[in-house]
Structures are given as C-alpha cells and as structure tokens.
Design a protein around this ligand. Sequence first.
Ligand SMILES: C[S@@+](CC[C@H](N)C(=O)[O-])C[C@H]1O[C@@H](n2cnc3c(N)ncnc32)[C@H](O)[C@@H]1O
Length: 334
Amino acid sequence: MLTLMKNSLDIFQCPICCSDLALEEGAVVCKNSKHKFDVIDDVPLMFHESRADSKESKITHEVKHFYEENPFPNYDETDTPAMLTEKAEKSIFAKLLNDELPFNINILEVGCGTGQMANYLSLAHRYIFGIDMSFNSLQLANGFKKKFDLKRSSFYQMNLFKPCFKESSFHAIICNGVLHHTLKAYEGFKSIIKLLKTGGFVVIGLYNRFGRVFTNIRREIFKLSGNHFQSFDPYLKRKDVTSSKKNIWFLDQYHNPYETAHTFGEVLKWFGNNTIEFVTSIPEIGNLSCFDEDYKLLSNKPKGNIFSRFLTQLVMPFTDYREGGFFIMIGRKR
Ligand SMILES: C[S@@+](CC[C@H](N)C(=O)[O-])C[C@H]1O[C@@H](n2cnc3c(N)ncnc32)[C@H](O)[C@@H]1O
C-alpha cells in the first residue's frame, strides 16, 4: 500500500505548511503541524483550499463538484491495459509521448482525472504521480491500477494551487484540459511549473480561443433548443464511441461550470516569464497538417510570428482540431 509514496517521501510536502510528511498507521502526517491526511482506497486526501470564501474557492468548489459527479474521461467496462494502449495509439499524441519520454523518470500528471494517461504511461518503466481534486475520478484511476497490478502509477487528491510536492521534483509535468477550468489559469501554471526540474518538459493542453468558436456556438444552440441537435458536435456523431462516453463528453464540453480559452501567444508569454523554452505545439504553428506518427514531440520547432500563430488558430475550427478546440504547448525548463 502506497509503495510509490513510501519510496519517494522526500519529494512530498504538507500542502498546508510545506513541511515534510511521514506515513503513519495508514495516514499521511505532517511532521511539523502533525496535521493528519486520511487515505481512502490507497488515495491520500491532501486537497487543501487556496482561500476560503474567495471567487477562486467558489469556482474550485463548483468544478470539483462537477467532476465528482462526472469523472472524466470514463473507463469502459471492458478496458484493460491492452485497450488503453490501443486507444492511446489511435490518439497519436499519447503514443508519441510514450515513445519520447525517457524511462526511469518521475512524471506528474496534474488534473489526471480518471488516470488513463497516467496508467498508460506507467506501463513503460516510469513513475507517474497523478493528482486531481476529484476523489471519484481518482478512485477509478486507482481501481484500474489495482485491478491490473500496475506498480508505477499512484494517485493523490490535491489542489494544483496547493501542491503536496516540493519544488523541482519532476522530470516532466503533463497538464491537459485542466488550467482552463480554474479562475486564474496563469496562476495555476506558475504553481505547477515550480515542481519541474531544470531540463524537464512541461506539456500544457488548453482550450483555444479561436478553435473553440464552433463549440461556443453549439453550446448556445443546445441551450436554446433544450439539448437537441447533438449531432452538430462531430464527437457525438462518431460511431466508434460508446453512448456513456458521449454523455460525459457532452456534459464536459457544454455543461461545465467554468472554462476559459487561451492562445499560443498567451502561453508563450507564460513560458517566457518562467524560464521555459518553447519546444513545440499541437497543432504545429504554421503547419496544421504535419501531425502524424513521425512527428517529433520533444524536438524544437519554430514558434512562428504573430501572423502565423494567428492564422494557425484561425483555421483550427475547420480542421481535425475542431473536436473540442484544444491545443497543446510543450516547453522545457532552462
Ligand atoms: C477535463 S478533465 C481532464 C482530465 C484529463 N487530464 C484528461 O485530459 O482527460 C479536468 C480535470 O481537472 C481537474 N481539476 C480542475 N481544477 C483542479 C484543481 N484546482 N486542482 C486539481 N485538479 C483540478 C478536475 O477535477 C478534472 O478531473
């Protein structure tokens, strides 16, 4: 139980006072304040509120409640590690990450949801620490890990604004589809980037302000029509997706309590202000058609200029990137 945590206790800290932690009688205890964090189903409960009664806290609560009710993405009854691999290879992105991330490293997945990426990446020899604030999502993540005896993934309930890890603890940080559900995405970015080692990679996936345009229009149509015309969404039309997955997607995309949208230029600024060198993006700036199995995720690409970035984002809604209007930026800590 909690083997991975036991073996790496030196990278953990108390999310309240930042002191060292110990494992005592099935609980996690702060060595300084003696605050005790319970552990349920092998998931340490180390969620700590940022500021009570603030707007931030209100949004955090609403989003937490939403993902407790609707853990994302959901597993199918039949999912196995082989199925996870098959799905990942279809999505290309997860396969490329798996191919290119080195072995024997510590990876943090922030907002891991039900841990599909974390469990998949742990099949190769890497240690994955998945954190999320939704306990129900983490329970599914850990249930899968336990069922298939995956030894190198582990899951923790945590607020990304109040990390339970020390600075510079990870060789890579993945944070996909999370920061745009927080009040201050850039503050969230700053909070997690501190946990990255020099030379480590950060992978940030966000809704794109331009790529999201059709989703926003569809949201209004669904609202006005009482959720009719769902086939306007390309994902909801797909024949290879189960109806429970479609339902979770629909709620996540159209009934989420809070979301923001961002641009390449904005994230480049985040990178610049935090000594992160731009590596690449999906879609690639100025070249939307080149993302395939030969794409090199972790080798440097041009970051373009204000026009090429604008044009790339402008055409996103008319390409394969229209599903969710999502973009990914990868950087490396200098
Ligand atoms: C859309 S899901 C993304 C799940 C997964 N990363 C993926 O790509 O499928 C967003 C997740 O972010 C988590 N989240 C949002 N705000 C968070 C916060 N402040 N701290 C920790 N997790 C958070 C939610 O609980 C939810 O599971």
